[in-house]
Write a protein that binds this ligand. Structure first.
Ligand SMILES: [Zn+2]
Length: 275
């Protein structure tokens, strides 16, 4: 880059001067007019040299690649001389499949379709078929789930007639506090004559396409707030904590089971889904 400049400066300074140094040349005319031709000879080559140096500096500034100017920046950023958008080349991506690739079809049992499970239809006594929408929202049945007494499973019976294998989990939020549905669902049982469970409500849920039932026992007489066949939402009040049926004190006895009717640990199930 520098060698053409030297060559052009040496060979033809006068030819390039008018085009590149017009403002400077007019400055040289003023002293010439005032003081005569004596100045013309020594001054003009000097001004010409200054002008050429200026022009050369401009060429350096405008011809150095933008990356060279910004290369020493502490943090990389887009140069104002060369917008990044204009310099990025997008190379199309291709996927090459080997010659041994074979297209096959999957049999129906080889995959699962997880989107939009069908609604579950529950047969509700005296009501008929009720569709239960799928739900993800799971909540605790009481406001203070940390206060519990008997857990799920084998235990020494706390009263005469109480079971030694506890089919549920006992919450102790306090007498008269609300009992709420753990999820959206439909009420399939609402009775004040639930035997050992006393005042009892059962709600069926569609949890990811599976029928799950929650049963709320020992509630207060006169507190049932729902009726059989009614659609309820997660957190909707079903009744109040009491001590009806085979109970030694006010608490909520929660049982949970699937279509096989086998009870499972409702507390662990809820804790895993509520977090
Ligand atoms: Zn219990």
């Amino acid at each position: 880059m520098s060698s053409p400049m030297h060559g052009r400066r040496a060979a033809a300074p006068a030819r390039s001067r008018p085009a590149r140094t017009a403002p400077v040349a007019s400055l040289s005319e003023a002293p010439i007019a005032a003081e005569g031709t004596r100045l013309r000879t020594p001054l003009r080559p000097l001004l010409s040299l200054i002008a050429m140096s200026f022009a050369g500096a401009m060429m350096v500034a405008t011809s150095v690649p933008a990356l060279a100017i910004t290369a020493t920046d502490a943090e990389p950023r887009a140069s104002v001389y060369a917008p990044v958008e204009d310099t990025v080349e997008y190379v199309p991506q291709t996927v090459e499949v080997g010659s041994d690739g074979v297209m096959t079809t999957l049999a129906a049992e080889q995959y699962h379709v997880e989107a939009a499970p069908p609604p579950i239809v529950s047969q509700v006594a005296s009501v008929g078929s009720v569709a239960i929408v799928d739900t993800d929202a799971i909540v605790w049945p009481v406001l203070t789930p940390d206060r519990r007494s008997s857990g799920f499973g084998p235990r020494s019976a706390p009263c005469a007639g109480c079971s030694t294998n506890h089919d549920g989990v006992d919450f102790n939020p306090g007498n008269g506090t609300p009992v709420m549905s753990i999820a959206d669902g439909v009420v399939v049982l609402a009775t004040e004559s639930g035997g050992g469970l006393g005042v009892n409500v059962e709600v069926q849920h569609n949890i990811g396409g599976e029928l799950v039932t929650s049963s709320y026992g020992h509630m207060q007489y006169g507190s049932i707030a729902v009726s059989v066949g009614q659609q309820v939402a997660a957190g909707q009040q079903l009744g109040l904590v009491g001590t009806t049926g085979q109970s030694t004190g006010p608490h909520l006895h929660l049982e949970m089971f699937g279509v096989d009717g086998v009870r499972f640990d409702g507390f662990a199930w809820l804790a895993a889904r509520i977090g």
